[in-house]
Ligand binder design. Structure first.
Ligand code: PLP
Length: 429
């Protein structure tokens, strides 16, 4: 956290209080340089290890045209999970060949769109999709590069992983029951599909690297089967994303350590099987976008319920950040206009939606609020704006990128008229 002589919070060299004044609240501010340096640090680990790799930004964390442009400029590919994300990435100018399509139920239209534009790869998820995609690719007379998503039986949560879990999932081909092997056999026979790799994504906000290591070991056996028994042109081992970040006071392991362990495990397991080192592919979303985002809110109503709790309400809430309501996410916050003020009491930060679960932080330690206070909630860059809704017909906030003291609007604030743009009045009333 950067604090100026005026005690204001600074983001990307910009005074957060001035940003709130200029662009209104709620406002999501990204530290553009932090996004860039985070990606550069990923590159650095692979370069130092001297292994072939690809970093593909999981755009669902925060998918706007400016973000797609930025991460592509920093040498990332882009993962998309819908036609809308694919359209956004393409419109931003990212070439189709750098984009990869995921999802457990891609529609025929989405697959057709992806094939038509010449997408880099499609990560096929189930047998239904193999047949559908083969049909679509054949009709447009294309050969499509695919990876298969494998459910390796590893389920990772923040601090632990379960090596036998993860089988009961809507995503991917189950490894234990040989469905993944069967998928590879089907792909070997699918004339318009070229299976170039294996993929797994074992969870999100993962702190324990061992889950990745077990997944790599299990995927290596399948990889060996594909290369040796089926003669598939496999070159890619994609271990997904899920690298954990710091939200409050947790100590997230440095991503360099996690990546190094994944690289070492890949080296060891592939060497043991006398397989060439694959192109190691990762798909970070949260770790790129999350820490770089801060949401600014204007403080509003307050109430103290004696002996129970103090509530402090802001001019946003679950409409711009549903993560507490969805999965109990925790956040740290300060007042941007007096960022170094000492906490005075415990305040629970509520949104303005008509829903008791519309909370941003339970029991935050904060100074007692004053009318001009601007609340800054940190690490709101991933799965916030991308999960925003219009509940209560609240317009979506504006988003700015701040860099070297200059702010650039990358998403305009919605207006009330935007909210009714697709509404149609009944004709006869
Ligand atoms: C969501 C997702 C990611 C990114 O996960 P993060 O936790 O944001 O890093 C990567 N790969 C796939 C397939 C995903 O669904």
């Amino acid at each position: 956290m950067q604090i100026g002589d005026n005690h204001h919070l600074y983001i990307g060299g910009c005074d957060a209080v001035e940003l709130a004044k200029s662009y209104g609240t709620p406002l999501i501010v990204y530290d553009e340089k932090l996004i860039r340096t985070t990606i550069q640090a990923f590159h650095e680990v692979f370069r130092r290890a001297g292994v072939p790799y690809q970093i593909s930004y999981a755009s669902k964390a925060f998918c706007t045209m400016a973000m797609c442009q930025l991460v592509y400029q920093e040498g990332c590919g882009i993962d998309v999970v819908s036609g809308g994300e694919l359209y956004t990435a393409l419109e931003s100018g990212v070439p189709a060949s750098a984009i990869h399509l995921h999802g457990n139920n891609k529609t025929p239209d989405e697959l057709g769109f992806a094939v038509d534009v010449g997408i880099g790869a499609i990560i096929v998820d189930n047998f239904f999709e193999i047949a559908l995609l083969q049909d679509i690719a054949a009709k447009s007379n294309r050969i499509v590069d695919v990876l298969i998503r494998v459910a390796p039986g590893v389920e990772a949560h923040t601090h632990e992983f379960i090596a036998t879990g993860g089988q009961d999932s809507k995503f991917g081909f189950d490894l234990a029951s040989d469905q993944a092997h069967m998928a590879l056999r089907q792909l070997a026979d699918a004339e318009n599909l070229r299976c170039v790799g294996l993929h797994s994504h074992i969870g999100s906000q993962i702190f324990d690297v061992d889950g990745f290591v077990v997944a790599v070991e299990r995927l290596a056996d399948l990889y060996q089967y594909g290369v040796r028994e089926l003669d598939l042109p496999l070159t890619v081992l994609n271990v997904g994303g899920g690298f954990g970040i710091r939200y409050t006071d947790e100590d997230a392991p440095p991503v360099a350590e996690t990546l190094s362990a994944i690289i070492a495990a890949t080296r060891q397991t592939f060497e043991a099987r006398e397989l060439d080192f694959p192109t190691l592919w990762i798909e970070p979303g949260r770790s790129i976008a999350g820490p770089a985002g801060t949401t600014l809110y204007q403080i509003g109503s307050q109430k103290r319920i004696p002996g129970i709790r103090n509530y402090l309400a802001v001019d946003g809430g679950m409409t711009d950040n549903p993560r507490l309501a969805l999965y109990g996410a925790k956040y740290h916050a300060v007042y941007a206009n007096r960022a170094d003020a000492e906490p005075e009491d415990t305040w629970s930060v509520a949104g303005k939606c008509c829903e008791s679960g519309d909370m941003l932080i339970w029991d935050a330690e904060l100074p007692n609020p004053k009318p001009d206070d601007i609340l800054a909630v940190f690490a709101t860059g991933a799965y916030n704006y991308s999960m925003a809704s219009h509940y209560n017909r609240i317009p979506k906030p504006a988003v700015v990128f701040a860099r070297d003291g200059v702010a650039t609007v990358v998403v305009e604030r919605e207006t009330w008229s935007d909210l009714i743009r697709k509404d149609r009045r009944l004709a006869d009333l």
